[in-house]
Ligand binder design. Structure first.
Ligand code: MLT
Length: 218
């Protein structure tokens, strides 16, 4: 798949049964290696799929175009979210993995949120670190109880508090099971993000396992 995929990416096979695969989505200026350590830290042994954003802004990879900081080219957001969704679908087939939980930081969190809004079936859930509303007028969608963790920074100069709040409301109104926490920090990630994401992912893996068990016992 590496030779035919439009994305440059890294894949690490999972080593722990029951750990949902993670789709790692870096921030502006990052690449496919950026979040591998974070992925290993928050869900040891999970399969990791980590693409590099295909848009370049002054040489910095991103997942979609923007006109200015926080002002997004929404036609591009839609097109890129679809492209990313197709990539995940191909990768799932190629590597034989289940629907991943997206773990996105900043621009990566914003494309993950767009993917949830446009192609919710691609993801099993999402951890959105410093995310904003990616689309002002998303299509009607049903997130059917998908788990979403949003971690925002109270002093974040890039993400206004009301924007993060709107995203959280938008996703929960559409049926996602949203846990939105506001941390005493800025746009950068902190150890608290890692600790919270790790606990949340362990709970999600447990709940998914229990559900599978209950279904197979019927
Ligand atoms: C974005 O463009 O997605 C957000 O402003 C976050 C960023 O990448 O700075």
């Amino acid at each position: 798949m590496t030779t035919t995929s439009p994305f440059t990416y890294r894949f690490e096979a999972g080593a722990r049964a029951g750990a949902p695969p993670l789709l790692l989505l870096h921030g502006t200026g990052g690449d496919e290696s950026d979040l591998l350590q974070l992925g290993q830290a928050i869900s040891p042994g999970a399969a990791l799929l980590s693409p590099r954003g295909r848009v370049l802004e002054n040489g910095m990879p991103r997942f979609f175009r923007r006109f200015a900081e926080g002002v997004f080219d929404e036609a591009d957001v839609r097109m890129r979210a679809k492209e990313l969704g197709d990539f995940v679908t191909d990768a799932r087939e190629h590597y034989g993995i289940g629907a991943p939980i997206a773990v996105g930081y900043s621009n990566g969190a914003n494309i993950a949120a767009a993917l949830l809004l446009i192609q919710p079936e691609v993801l099993a859930g999402a951890v959105l670190l410093r995310a904003m509303v990616p689309l002002s007028d998303p299509p009607a969608f049903d997130l059917g109880g998908k788990p979403v963790l949003i971690l925002s920074g109270r002093q974040d100069p890039i993400v206004p508090a009301d924007n993060a709040y709107r995203l959280s409301t938008m996703l929960s109104t559409a049926g996602a099971k949203v846990d939105h926490q506001i941390l005493p920090t800025g746009h950068q990630l902190s150890q608290t993000d890692i600790a919270l994401a790790r606990t949340w992912l362990a709970d999600v893996a447990l709940a998914t396992g229990q559900l599978k068990h209950a279904i197979s016992a019927r």
